[in-house]
Design a binder for this molecule. Sequence first.
Ligand code: G3H
Ligand code: 13P
Ligand code: ZN
Length: 322
Amino acid sequence: MPVSYKTLGLQNTRKMFQDAMAGKYAIPAYNFNNLEQLQAIVLGCIDSRSPVILQVSKGAREYANATLLRCMAMGAVEITKEAGVEIPIALHLDHGDSYELCVSCIETGFSSVMIDGSHLPFEENMELTRRVVEYAHKHDVTVEGELGVLAGIEDEVSHAVSHYTKPEEVETFVKNTGVDSLAISIGTSHGAFKFKPNEPIPPLRFDILEEIERRIPGFPIVLHGASSVMPEYVDMINHYGGDLIGAVGVPEEQLRRAAASAVCKINIDSDGRLAFTAKIREALIKDPKNFDPRKYLAKAREALRSVIVHKNENVLGSANRI
Ligand code: G3H
Ligand code: 13P
Ligand code: ZN
């Protein structure tokens, strides 16, 4: 029996992006896989009065169980009501890799899906995206497509090199597919190792972004791979026995500039993973006799909550926008 996101109190991304475009900020899209990450994201967004897109990758859905994740997203809506701060919440499939996966998510409560055909030839990407949009729009679910390839290695996303988005392709893609937003490649990448350590960080290609904005004015753009790889947490991980030497991310000022442009959605996963892992490492080393997971997970959750507030207030500009 299909479940509509509307019965769960979730929203699609259409109005969120209209508001973000008009207000010159970006909606945060944070990935989650478990209870503590979800608590931190939702509480951090309540604290900062920010709308939020809760992102679930294919790997996260397999890890945590699709039904459980949907019920958790519904629970997130309920706790905003209890807190008296009803922030808009979308449940979004991150990097959907097939029509069937997108349909399954739409049938089980997602309000937004990404179909990532960026690795396919242009015509095939366009056709796959168009089919997903056709199905999704019948259910009032919004769709994100992608043009251009980001480098980086994650469970479900793996490309050795990046290819910038070709601005001359965006008008045809958007017109022929009917997508609601478009992820582009302008120099960000997935994971914690985005640039070479001890070398100047190459600026994002704002010239490409501007040319895209010129060709599809007012159309919502999405930036993936937008973690800053916060040095305090990388240092903490390395200090407490980890090995993330040379991890580097996108400087915050570059993201602030992007958020004020047509970029309406900024994806952050790695920074959350880093803060969470750093605090667990620290807590286990500092209290070697503890074997109660709540004690170290509460520390990780607290750190992630403060990362969320920081990003919303100081990077994306989404705080106090409800
Ligand atoms: O861009 C990908 C996200 O960070 C999700 O990663 O596939 O390891 O869950 P994942
Ligand atoms: P980061 O690895 O930079 O956090 O990017 C996450 C992302 O793009 C999820 O789709
Ligand atoms: Zn991504």
